[in-house]
Write a protein that binds this ligand. Structure first.
Ligand SMILES: CC(C)(COP(=O)(O)OP(=O)(O)OC[C@H]1O[C@@H](n2cnc3c(N)ncnc32)[C@H](O)[C@@H]1OP(=O)(O)O)[C@@H](O)C(=O)NCCC(=O)NCCS
Length: 439
């Protein structure tokens, strides 16, 4: 029999999360082999089940892509029976993850202090919009809230003209990125618990997860405070910085001169663009000039040092642009890839059509069965030499309710009672009586 190498086999997770941030974290725990039981409100479930559906009778791709390989347990944790059931679950679990709005879990009666008393070994992991003690700590948060407050929006987007407005990234810096940050904290806490024998409280704000990806912008602010300008930005040397890290357009985040260039079909294809980096070192610049046919720049003092190129960015961009405009992004990539850092701008459609993405599991196909059949999702972003995640289907709402209750020792009569009193099933609202006609 082959050895089960799933890193988290035997770890039990109670997943009290919804939407994207928390579920992205618990999905990774499930892919690493943990037994993840997702608690969903009876008859309703995670809000994403019915958000952006492709068919009103089926769960959305949003839900499917974030809840693969989990179990679904319908539970109203606010009823007396619900509280008793959750307490029992917590007694036997390793990790509890929640992302309710600030104060909601305390109100339900399951704060860190309470849960730690129920089971001192449990790791209690929380996502909120903002760090404890922040002036925004009580704010509810979704993706753009985090990007707006954590420096991402103020430094992203165009830097002049009418589109010089704070802009959010299409990448989920506030949502899935927060889930991945929490995952790091949880995994460290699991190792810590092996030494201390006790679980701890891991608090991850969306703000901190997003800010962590903006650290180079804090580098830029420090430099700006010292010298008043930033050589890598389009505003250098003649524009105004006004003491704040500006929006960056398409500059490369480090000290090298990168930009995004139109290619041959840009008028008909929104994504016929290519990103090209001009590196700083003399040897890399020589390679760049030779491959592009710009050898005259090697001896031209306006271009043959990094600072000269930074001072003359518009001319550098103009010449590279002229070189690219009669080639497609793929042709540019083929010509340059062995010599300098380059990549075509790829659309999501192109990415999802690339066979290599399936061969190396950047993308995976999950068989959901039924009317949905197979769907594509992003696979576990790291690979292991001795282990491949199980990419199982997402659960139907309440698919595992009876199984979980039976494992906890509840009899069939108990389970019927829980359904009848609204703990594990939705109690239909009584029909409104027709109004009595006025006499
Ligand atoms: C995402 C968010 C804005 C949604 O807020 P919301 O619409 O109020 O929804 P919540 O799921 O937090 O909670 C709504 C209520 O349902 C209750 N609830 C949710 N699941 C429950 C369950 N299984 N049993 C009983 N009650 C439940 C909560 O206790 C809460 O009750 P309250 O308002 O009386 O305190 C908020 O949860 C939030 O800011 N979370 C933290 C940051 C985050 O993760 N954001 C999502 C990024 S993808």
């Amino acid at each position: 029999m082959s050895q089960n190498t799933a890193p988290l086999q035997g770890i039990k997770v109670i997943d009290f999360t919804s939407v994207q941030s928390g579920p992205s974290c618990t999905q990774m725990l499930a892919w690493f082999g943990a037994d993840v039981i997702k608690i969903e409100r009876p008859g309703v479930g995670d809000a994403t089940r019915t958000e952006l559906q492709f068919d009103p009778s089926l769960p959305s791709y949003y839900y499917l892509q974030l809840n693969s390989d989990k179990k679904s347990f319908e539970l109203d944790a606010a009823t007396p029976d619900g509280k008793a059931i959750l307490t029992k679950m917590l007694e036997g679990a390793d990790i509890f993850v929640e992302n309710l709005h600030p104060g909601a879990m305390d109100k339900l009666g399951f704060s860190w202090e309470v849960v730690h008393k129920i089971n001192p070994k449990i790791i209690y992991a929380t996502i909120k919009g903002f760090p404890e003690g922040s002036p925004y700590a009580d704010n509810k948060a979704y993706e753009p809230v985090a990007q707006a407050a954590a420096g991402a929006a103020s430094t992203t987007g165009w830097y002049e003209g009418e589109y010089n407005i704070p802009t959010q990234s299409g990448a989920a810096l506030g949502d899935s990125n927060t889930g991945m940050h929490l995952l790091i904290g949880i995994l460290a806490a699991v190792i810590q618990r092996e030494k201390t024998g006790e679980g701890c409280y891991v608090y991850q704000s969306m703000y901190n997860a997003c800010l962590n990806l903006c650290r180079i912008k804090t580098r830029d602010q420090l430099t700006l405070d010292k010298i008043g300008y930033l050589t890598q930005y389009p505003q250098y040397p003649d524009g105004q910085f006004n003491g704040q890290v500006p929006r960056a357009g398409n500059i490369e985040g480090g000290g090298v001169l990168g930009w995004c260039y139109k290619c041959k079909n840009w008028k008909t294809d929104n994504n016929d663009y290519v990103y090209i980096v001009v590196e700083r070192t003399a040897s890399a610049f020589k390679t760049f000039c030779e491959v592009m046919g710009f050898q005259d720049w090697l001896t031209d003092p306006d271009f043959n040092t990094p600072d000269a190129r930074d001072r003359n960015k518009p001319k550098v961009w103009e010449r590279i642009q002229a070189w690219c405009i009669d080639k497609t992004k793929y042709e540019v990539n083929d010509l340059l890839k062995d010599h300098i850092p380059v990549a075509p701008v790829l659309s999501i459609k192109e990415i999802m059509d690339m066979p290599s993405n399936y061969a190396n599991k950047s993308l995976v196909k999950i068989n959901q069965g039924g009317k949905i059949g197979e769907f594509v999702t992003v696979g576990c972003p790291c690979t292991f030499s001795n282990f491949t995640p199980n990419y199982g289907p997402a659960p139907e709402l309440g698919a595992n309710t009876a199984e979980v209750l039976t494992e906890l020792g509840y009899s069939e009569e108990d389970q019927e009672r829980f359904k009848a009193n609204g703990t594990t099933a939705r109690i239909p609202k009584p029909e409104a009586k027709p109004a009595t006609p006025a006499k």
